[in-house]
Design a protein around this ligand. Structure first.
Ligand SMILES: Cc1cc2nc3c(=O)[nH]c(=O)nc-3n(C[C@H](O)[C@H](O)[C@H](O)COP(=O)(O)OP(=O)(O)OC[C@H]3O[C@@H](n4cnc5c(N)ncnc54)[C@H](O)[C@@H]3O)c2cc1C
Length: 161
């Protein structure tokens, strides 16, 4: 390859990819917040509609509390994404913030889909409902773009551990 085709400084390829990875991971984290929100919204809608033992599923306290926890987590994940995005947009160092947003949003998307699978009971297994797809997608969130374990290792390293 002619030297005139070289883009950037030789030997700096990983540093260039690293910069791109932060934006990729932040974009992924934002989509996981959307996945989590959609799984939770579908769960809320289904439990308000479905009646068992003469009551709406959404009236059972165990389900209400579970959905309230997930609601709190979805909002927390969104704020982590906003916080990391604000730092990146300002050109500040955001490696830890991006990894925290990604790993947390992935875990929340998984918990929303996991609880959704339980709340929909047998219907969750059917492709007519989207929940089993959300569940598969949430597992991918924990692997694609750098696994949850790698994100936690980045966070720990940034903490000086
Ligand atoms: C649908 C899909 C789309 C993808 N798209 C892309 C893409 O567009 N571009 C791209 O570059 N890659 C892509 N990937 C690859 C993805 O980034 C890798 O699958 C991911 O980085 C994990 O690598 P691996 O599959 O080799 O698993 P491994 O590295 O073998 O990891 C297996 C398990 O061991 C754990 N592990 C490995 N090393 C450590 C360690 N040091 N400490 C702790 N735990 C560890 C991992 O966290 C994981 O749980 C895609 C993957 C999938 C499934």
């Amino acid at each position: 390859m002619p030297e005139t085709n070289i883009i950037g400084e030789p030997g700096q390829g990983w540093a260039y990819i690293g910069e791109h990875l932060e934006w990729e991971r932040l974009s992924l984290a934002a989509t996981y917040v959307g996945n989590a929100r959609t799984a939770l919204d579908d769960t809320i809608e289904y439990t308000k509609d479905r009646t068992q033992f003469g009551r709406r599923l959404s009236s059972f306290q165990v389900l209400k509390h579970r959905m309230a926890e997930r609601e709190t987590e979805v909002n927390a994940a969104r704020l982590l994404v906003y916080s990391a995005a604000t730092k990146l947009a300002r050109g500040e160092r955001a490696l830890k913030d991006v990894s925290m947003a990604k790993v947390y949003a992935a875990d929340v998307a998984y918990r929303c889909a996991f609880d959704g699978m339980q709340a929909l009971g047998g219907y969750a297994q059917l492709p007519e409902y989207d929940m089993e797809r959300y569940f598969r997608e949430a597992k991918h969130a924990m692997v694609g773009g750098g696994t949850n374990e790698i994100q936690r290792s980045i966070i720990a390293k940034e903490m000086g551990l």
